[in-house]
Design a protein around this ligand. Structure first.
Ligand SMILES: C[S@@+](CC[C@H](N)C(=O)[O-])C[C@H]1O[C@@H](n2cnc3c(N)ncnc32)[C@H](O)[C@@H]1O
Length: 263
């Protein structure tokens, strides 16, 4: 996102935070996809990222009420001020979504309701790849994207100047596949509360290492076979762990859960 587009979107939401909630706070379409997300979470309580969470209503609020740990990210300070008031039990960050970083496999699910549509098309693929990194294997991603041919639109919206972008349906599916996100369900759906349609996607993170890391991972996994949940030096198995070397934590499917640098 260029500085101008980022500024336009985020300062725009600072101005229209209340107007947005009043106009779009209720949607049966969002509710339906929210219910899908909820249904994919562990009954014992999961960890969910609400990306572009707005004022936390209704998504973060209802996830937290269902007993899940919720992290909300939004680049609009005014939206986050409201989200913190509306959902005190969740954690909220003011951050531009393409700049925020979480550890590999941090979340059971990531929801991006009407937010990635504000990211320039050329940046959406990288955004999807980051989301895949943040999800644990088997984790769920639910998001709305634009429909039809790729494009960008800047204009008056709810009394401010707003930017919207769409990478194109084929490109979006390709980005999901490249990131290791297998589409479980996808449909173009007309909104109930405005004359607009979105391409909704529910995808699951498949259990394979991200391509950039696969050489390192396969080297470690060969040596770690049969000893899940152990700690290993990802760089050179067999050598003593020294300050600066990387350690990888595995889950019981031998998927690297997170990586830490030794102090
Ligand atoms: C249409 S609202 C959706 C809010 C909420 N998810 C919902 O379902 O009503 C889009 C939200 O995404 C946030 N947003 C847009 N682009 C962003 C970016 N690049 N980084 C962080 N937040 C962003 C906006 O500030 C806004 O709160």
């Amino acid at each position: 996102m260029t500085i101008d587009e980022q500024h336009l979107v985020l300062s725009g939401y600072d101005k229209i935070a209340d107007a947005y909630l009043e106009r779009f706070g209720v949607s049966t379409v969002r509710q339906k996809w929210f219910d899908r997300l909820l249904g994919r979470l562990p009954a014992s309580g999961g960890c969910v990222l609400d990306l572009g969470c707005g004022a936390g209503l209704p998504v973060a609020r209802d996830l937290a009420a269902a007993g899940h740990t919720v992290v909300g990210v939004d680049g609009s300070r005014q939206q986050i001020v409201r989200a913190r008031q509306n959902v005190p039990s969740a954690s909220f960050l003011v951050a531009e979504m393409s700049k925020v970083a979480f550890r590999l496999g941090s979340f059971d699910a990531v929801g991006a309701f009407y937010s990635i549509t504000h990211v320039p098309p050329a940046r959406q693929g990288a955004m999807i790849a980051s989301i895949a990194d943040w999800l644990r294997p088997g984790g769920t991603f639910i998001a709305s994207f634009g429909t039809g041919p790729a494009g960008e639109w800047t204009g008056d919206w709810l009394g401010t100047t707003m930017f919207f972008g769409h990478a194109g349906e084929t490109e979006t599916y390709q980005s999901l596949a490249d990131a290791g996100l297998r589409v479980r369900h996808s449909v173009i759906e007309k909104q109930d509360n405005e004359e607009a349609a979105f391409m909704w996607v529910e995808a699951v993170k498949v259990s394979r290492p991200p391509p950039a890391m696969s050489a390192k991972y396969s080297r470690v996994m060969q040596q770690m076979a049969g000893s899940a949940r152990e700690l290993s030096d990802i760089a050179w198995v067999g050598q003593p762990l020294t300050p600066g070397s990387l350690r990888v934590y595995f889950d019981d499917q031998q998927w690297p859960l997170r990586i830490r640098r030794c102090q």
